[in-house]
Design a protein. Structure first.
Length: 555
């Protein structure tokens, strides 16, 4: 008996030192996915998986020539596209809030892990009793019995993933019995013991006992993919806002040049009227054209200022000044001859199926549903526990002697089975049915997200192709409109054309210039959207972040 007790006392601390989940944690296969095309902007691209750090899910790799945006009210701040993106990733307040979510979700994992932490317990108690007893079958008078005892107990208790409850404790007690007539009995006893309870049916499987912990781990990983999706959307919004601001600045410049040309045309018209070469009614057409150009310039400046405010809000530079003006250094110019060819739409849809954050998050939710089915199925089983208690005791008339006598013949043990069967098991059946239905929902959700991802990618790819072709078409149209304007101006100087014809040609050229600038911006935005829909925008921009792996399901 003493040897068995000693072995169990040695085994218990070893069990307490084990980490739940290290040996039985569910394997989630994260498969790296490499983009089919290289990144299109500056910045170092880390290999897939290099950023998979839940504690630091977002790590920036800044370009060598990157300089932070330093707001100043006195002069326009130069800002490149790369600087705008990295400034937003460093300072955007919404992203700063979102980055805390994986850490917040990770606390639930620690809470579930705490279920298997050892618990130290202690108890101190007093007992007093006074009774009057009548001796049986005697004519003696009743006597008074007084009992007093003090007890202290100290131990450690732990629940193991195997469904085992272990408890090791030591106890010391002093008991004093006084029966009167000078009869007094004081005794000390000490006990060291271990209690083991093993679940045989409900709660007896490691996978069901670790289900909540594994679900919490998947929750933490899912929050990382959620953060990745938010970051991709933020980068896309910053690039969209940057090019919109660039477009509005180009509009202002075009309208300024058009206003200058219209004013020059008005001066020339007035000179020709003074010389008697044309009628005075021609001045009205030239003045109307100047008024229209000035009106367009006012609207363009207002739109430009609105876009600058949106870009400043997204980048949130330190000490941001809302009166700040920006000088965007990334040009919208595109050379059609050197424009890189896009991959086929199937390559982008294949990337989307592996890289889209919401798809990977849905796969993790499916794995959580699997674990919920395992956990609730365990609840359908009856509760059958095996319990064993072993103890070694010592008795003496002094505290120290009682502990020295613990190796004596005194011992206790008990063993047995305990059965609990909830009648009907209505709650367990309902929970198990709910888990099964939610798993079916998760399967349909993954299939639906795959379909939506392909739809989004194909739409973005079509828009990219359209804007690419539109870019070439508008460039040709603008060149022809320039020739038309030159011809009308030559005819006007020769006296064979009116000021109205020249104004209309100038108006057509203005619209052509604006359409070319808009086509350039829309093409860049379409490419950004295509990369975002395929889930590769961050990798292409040289941003290392956790979640650039595909979650692979076992089935």
């Amino acid at each position: 008996m003493r040897k068995a007790l000693l072995l169990l006392c040695i085994a218990a601390p070893l069990a307490w030192g084990s980490e739940p989940g290290d040996s039985a944690r569910r394997h989630v296969d994260l498969q790296p996915v490499e983009p089919a095309v290289p990144p299109l902007t500056t910045g170092q691209v880390l290999p897939p998986g290099a950023g998979a750090d839940v504690d630091a899910p977002l790590r920036l790799q800044l370009p060598d020539n990157w300089e932070p945006l330093t707001p100043s009210a006195d002069e326009a701040a130069e800002l490149s596209l790369e600087a705008a993106v990295f400034t937003a990733l460093t300072n955007n307040r919404s992203l700063a809030i979102q980055q805390l979510q994986p850490a917040v979700t990770g606390t639930f994992e620690a809470i579930e892990r705490a279920t298997f932490d050892p618990v130290l317990f202690a108890e101190v108690g007093l007992f007093r009793e006074r009774v009057v007893r009548q001796p049986e079958e005697t004519e003696q008078d009743p006597f008074e019995l007084r009992s007093r005892s003090e007890q202290g107990e100290l131990g450690v208790r732990q629940v193991l993933p195997t469904g085992t409850d272990l408890e090791v404790s030591v106890r010391s007690r002093r008991q004093d019995t006084d029966r009167g007539a000078g009869f007094n009995n004081e005794q000390f006893d000490a006990r060291a013991g271990i209690t083991l309870t093993q679940a045989l049916l409900q709660g007896g499987r490691i996978d069901s006992n670790l289900a909540r912990l594994r679900q919490a781990e998947l929750d933490t990983l899912a929050s990382v993919y959620e953060l990745r999706g938010f970051t991709e959307s933020l980068v896309a919004d910053v690039e969209t806002a940057y090019w919109e601001t660039s477009l509005e600045q180009r509009r202002v410049k075009i309208f300024q040049e058009a206003l200058t040309v219209a004013e020059q045309q008005l001066e020339e018209t007035r000179r020709r009227i003074s010389a008697g070469q044309i009628a005075e009614t021609e001045e009205a057409f030239a003045r109307a054209e100047v008024a229209l150009r000035r009106q367009g310039l006012i609207n363009a400046r207002g739109q430009r200022d609105q876009r600058i405010l949106e870009l400043l809000q997204l980048t949130s530079p330190p000490g941001a000044n809302w009166d700040q003006t920006l000088d965007l250094t990334s040009d919208t110019e595109l050379d059609m001859d050197t424009l890189p060819a896009l991959d086929g739409v199937r390559n982008y849809t294949a990337l989307a199926r592996g890289m889209r954050p919401e798809l990977n998050e849905a796969r993790l939710r499916y794995l959580q549903g699997d674990l919920e089915v395992v956990r609730t199925r365990n609840g359908l089983l009856p509760r059958l526990d095996l319990f064993v208690t072993l103890g070694q005791s010592g008795y003496a008339d002094a505290f120290g002697r009682a502990w020295r006598d613990i190796d004596g013949p005194g011992y206790d043990y008990s063993a047995g089975l305990r059965l609990e069967v909830p009648l009907g098991r209505r709650q367990a059946r309902a929970e198990q049915q709910r888990a099964e239905l939610e798993r079916y929902q998760a399967v349909d959700a993954i299939a639906n997200l795959k379909q939506l991802a392909e739809l989004d990618v194909r739409r973005a790819w079509i828009e990219t192709q359209r804007s690419r072709e539109q870019l070439a078409a508008t460039a040709v149209t603008r060149e022809l409109q320039e020739e038309v304007l030159r011809a009308e101006q030559a005819r006007f100087r020769a006296g064979t054309a009116t000021a109205l014809a020249v104004a209309l040609a100038q108006r057509d050229l203005l619209e052509g210039q604006l359409e070319v600038e808009e086509a350039r911006v829309r093409y860049r935005q379409a490419v950004t959207e295509l990369h975002r829909q395929s889930g590769t925008l961050l990798i292409r921009r040289g941003i290392a972040m956790a979640g650039d792996e595909q979650v692979m399901l076992d089935r």
